[in-house]
Ligand binder design. Structure first.
Ligand code: SAM
Length: 241
């Protein structure tokens, strides 16, 4: 399945995403609405979703088998996955290949920025107990985790990667400045936001923000961003020093 009708002629090649999954019907899902959905419709990016099961070779379309050494669950077969990857990403395709998995390197904004700056990405969504280890090195997959918890499949994780990358593509966000001031842009969490009403349930907006003094506002936001990062994310804070 390829999603993304051509309402606007693209001025450049779209950023290309391919997802390999056992559940293609989950896509585009949330990626079809709002910023990502509009960018998809405008061909800023393209989404190709391929069913791994199409590469099964038996009449039951089997993609998994029991774990070597015993134990619970099933493991996705290396030969089927390799065939799916090879069909989706022939020689010369220089997009990075990510395998979503809880054992992977933690996903962060720096990786998302690198992905968004490249030609696109191929994402492999696991299911069951995971994939046969041999396919990871053989097909140059980088295992990436979206957090220290276990999902039932890699599809939601793939959507997280795509949502975060697509919003950084040129022209996708209305206000380009938001990408430079938001959380992680400078190794800091973002400062707190306020809007009208001026007083709500007895709480006022911090006076600096309504002072009209832009230098003071910028300094206040910087101090607050640093305070929040120190308090909530000592790991990020210590990396800055
Ligand atoms: N047996 C695996 C383990 O303990 O590490 C968990 C497998 S999980 C039930 C099935 C699939 O969900 C994985 O192959 C992976 O694609 C996806 N998945 C689960 N948690 C994830 C996470 N934190 N980040 C990215 N993908 C995840």
């Amino acid at each position: 399945m390829t999603a993304g009708p051509d309402t606007t002629a693209p001025s450049r090649e779209p950023w290309r995403a391919t997802v390999l999954t056992l559940y293609p019907e989950m896509f585009p899902g949330p990626l079809g609405v709002s910023l990502a959905g509009r960018a998809l419709a405008q061909n800023t990016w393209s989404l190709e979703v391929r069913n791994i099961r199409d590469h099964a070779t038996d009449r039951h379309r089997t993609v998994d088998d029991t774990p070597a050494g015993g134990g619970p669950g099933m493991v996705m077969r290396a030969d089927i996955l390799a065939a799916a990857i090879d069909a989706a990403s022939p020689a010369g395709d220089d997009r990075p290949r990510l395998l979503l998995g809880p054992r992977g390197v933690p996903l962060d904004q720096a990786r998302i920025r690198d992905l968004a700056a490249g030609p696109g990405v191929l994402l492999l969504a696991g299911r069951f107990e995971g994939v046969d280890e041999r396919v990871i090195a053989a097909r140059n997959l980088l295992e990436v985790s979206i957090g220290d918890y276990v999902l039932s499949g890699g599809e939601l994780a793939a959507m997280v990667v795509l949502d975060a990358a697509v919003r950084l593509l040129p022209g996708v966000m209305g206000n380009e400045e938001s990408a430079t001031s938001e959380s992680f842009a400078d190794g800091l969490l973002e400062y707190p936001h306020y809007t009208r009403p001026q007083v709500w349930e007895g709480q006022s907006i911090p006076p600096t923000l309504t002072s009209g003094n832009h230098a003071e506002i910028a300094a206040w936001r910087r101090r607050e961003a640093e305070r929040l990062t120190r308090e909530r994310r000592p790991d990020l804070w210590s990396k800055r020093k």
